[in-house]
Design a protein around this ligand. Structure first.
Ligand SMILES: *[C@@H]1O[C@H](CO)[C@@H](O)[C@H](O)[C@H]1NC(C)=O
Length: 122
C-alpha cells in the first residue's frame, strides 16, 4: 500500500498544473482513484490524524491491510470513476465490512484492519 504518501500533504501537489515538458502518461498505477484519511482516534478528530492514503490503480479491487497503523476512523475524502470504499475490522477484508460514503467519516469503537477500494472501470 502507499503509506509513503501518509504523513505528507500532497493534495496541493496532485492539484498542481505545472507544465511538465514530458508529461507522464496516465496509467492505473499512477492514477489516484481514491483518497482516504486515516485517524488513530474515533470520529476523525484532528488530533488523531495519521495522514492521507492515496489509493492507486494497483491497489484497487483488492484487499489491503492498514498494517501497523492503529486506525479507529477513516474519512473518504475523494474519488474518481465512482469508486467506492469498504473498511473491515480484520486485516483480510473478511470481518465487519462497512461501506464509507464519500465525504463522510466512518468511526466506531472498534479498530479497523483493512480496506478495499472498488472501481468498476479501471
Ligand atoms: C458515475 O455515476 C454517475 C451517476 O450514476 C454516472 O452518470 C457516471 O457515468 C459515472 N461515472 C463513471 C466514470 O462511471
Amino acid at each position: 500500500m502507499h503509506f509513503t504518501t501518509l504523513l505528507t500533504s500532497t493534495l496541493a501537489l496532485t492539484m498542481s498544473v505545472s507544465a511538465a515538458p514530458t508529461p507522464v502518461p496516465a496509467t492505473p498505477e499512477n492514477t489516484r482513484y481514491v483518497q482516504l484519511r486515516l485517524y488513530s482516534d474515533a470520529d476523525c478528530g484532528q488530533d488523531g490524524n495519521l495522514g492521507e492514503l492515496g489509493v492507486y490503480g494497483d491497489y484497487v479491487n483488492k484487499c489491503n491491510a492498514f498494517g501497523d497503523y492503529t486506525v479507529e476512523s477513516v474519512r473518504f475524502e475523494a474519488a474518481i470513476n465512482n469508486c467506492t470504499v469498504s473498511v473491515y475490522t480484520d486485516d483480510a477484508c473478511q470481518a465487519g465490512a462497512q461501506g464509507v460514503a464519500l465525504d463522510t467519516c466512518l468511526s466506531s469503537s472498534t479498530q479497523y484492519g483493512s480496506y478495499q477500494v472498488f472501481c468498476s472501470q479501471l
